[in-house]
Design a protein around this ligand. Structure first.
Ligand code: C5P
Length: 307
C-alpha cells in the first residue's frame, strides 16, 4: 500500500565508556565514547502538510521552534533549499528529558530520516549526519545506532560490530541534570583521561565482545556528577549489589544503568530498589543493533517496515 505517513522510531542510548580528553577552542570537549543504543523508544509520526508543526505529548517539553525535532526540520529544509517546508509531526515521548539518554538528539535524527522520506529527498545517511551534527553532538550516532565509537565532540562516528544482546536496567531519578552545567563543573577538575588514552575504547569493545568483561565500563563525567548528586552513587552501588556486571552514569546523567550477564534483577529486587529510591523509575531494557528506523504507516494502521 502506498502511503505518505511514516513513524520514526527513535531509540535511547547509553555510554558504555566516556573519556573526556580536554576542552576545545570551540568550547566543546574532545571526547572518546562507546555509544550503545537501547530498546527504549520515542515515536515521531510525520505526515505531509502545508505548514511545519509539532505536537509533543510531554507538557514539560517545548513543541515550538526550539524543540530539537523542529530545529532538525528547519535545518534539513534549509540544507536542500526548500522555501516553505511542510509536515505535521507528533512526538510521543518515552525517553525522559535531561536523563543522559540522548532522547532529544534521537528525536532530531528521527525527524531528519523521516522527513527525508516524506519530502522524497533521497538523502544519504552521511548527508543527514552532517546536518545532524550542527544540531547536537549525539545526533549522528542515532542515524547509525547499534554500537559505535564516537570521537571529536562525539559527532565523529565509527560504527562497530554488534555486541551480543545484553540486559540493561535503567534507573531514572525524578530529576534531570543539565549537560552544560556538568561540563562547566568539569572545568574545575580539568581533563580526566590523558590525550592518547583513547585506545581503551576499542580495547573495551574487544573485552566486551570476546571476553564478556565489563571491567572497562566507565564515565569520566562521574567525577562531577556523583559529587554533585550523591544519590546517583548510592544507586550505582545498589545496582552492583543486585549482580550488575557493571553500572555507570549515562552521559552527563541523570540516568544510572546496570549491565547484566543474563537476567536483570527480579521484580522483588526492583520493588525493593524503588522503596529505597523513592520517585525513581526503573526501566528494564536491552541493547539493540540499530539506530532510528523509519516505517511507513498505512491508513488502516498497518505498518510496512522499510528500514
Ligand atoms: O551538542 P549538545 O547540544 O548535545 O551539547 C550540550 C552541551 O554539552 C554543549 O553546549 C556543551 O556545553 C556540552 N558539551 C561539551 N562537549 C561535548 C558535548 C557537549 O562541552 N563533546
Amino acid at each position: 500500500m502506498t502511503t505518505d505517513r511514516v513513524v520514526a522510531r527513535c531509540p535511547a542510548k547509553i555510554n558504555l565508556r566516556l573519556e573526556i580528553l580536554g576542552r576545545r577552542p570551540d568550547g566543546y570537549h574532545e571526547l572518546r565514547t562507546l555509544f550503545q543504543a537501547v530498546d527504549l523508544e520515542d515515536l515521531l509520526e510525520i505526515e505531509p502538510a502545508a505548514e511545519l508543526s509539532l505536537a509533543v505529548d510531554d507538557p514539560s517539553l517545548s513543541s515550538g521552534e526550539d524543540n530539537l525535532a523542529m530545529r532538525a526540520a528547519r535545518a534539513l529544509a534549509r540544507e536542500v533549499g526548500m522555501g516553505r517546508p511542510g509536515a505535521r509531526m507528533r512526538l510521543r515521548k518515552a525517553i525522559p528529558p535531561r536523563g543522559g539518554l540522548g532522547g532529544g538528539s534521537s528525536d532530531a535524527a528521527g525527524a531528519l530520516a523521516g522527513l527525508s522520506r516524506i519530502w522524497r529527498l533521497g538523502a544519504s545517511r552521511e548527508a543527514l549526519a552532517a546536518v545532524g551534527a550542527t544540531l547536537g553532538a549525539d545526533v549522528p550516532f542515532f542515524l547509525s545506532g547499534g554500537t559505535a565509537f564516537g570521537a571529536g565532540r562525539g559527532d565523529r562516528i565509527v560504527p562497530m560490530p554488534v555486541v551480543p544482546e545484553t540486559a540493561v536496567l535503567l534507573g531514572i531519578p525524578p530529576y534531570g541534570i543539565s549537560t552544560p552545567e556538568v561540563f562547566r563543573r568539569l572545568e574545575g577538575v580539568g581533563p580526566l583521561t590523558p590525550q592518547g588514552g583513547g585506545v581503551t575504547v576499542p580495547a573495551l569493545f574487544h573485552k566486551l565482545v570476546a571476553e564478556k568483561d565489563f571491567g572497562l565500563v566507565s564515565n569520566d563525567l562521574e567525577r562531577v556528577v556523583l559529587a554533585g548528586w550523591p544519590e546517583l552513587a548510592s544507586f550505582r552501588g545498589a545496582l552492583l549489589a543486585t549482580g550488575a556486571r557493571a553500572a555507570a552514569v549515562s552521559g552527563s546523567g541523570s540516568t544510572v544503568f546496570g549491565l547484566y550477564d543474563g537476567e536483570v534483577p527480579s521484580r522483588r529486587e526492583r520493588e525493593s530498589l524503588r522503596e529505597r529510591f523513592p520517585g525513581w523509575t526503573l526501566v528494564v531494557t536491552r541493547t539493540v543493533a540499530h539506530g532510528v528506523r523509519v516505517e511507513a504507516q498505512g491508513g488502516d494502521g498497518a505498518e510496512e517496515r522499510r528500514g
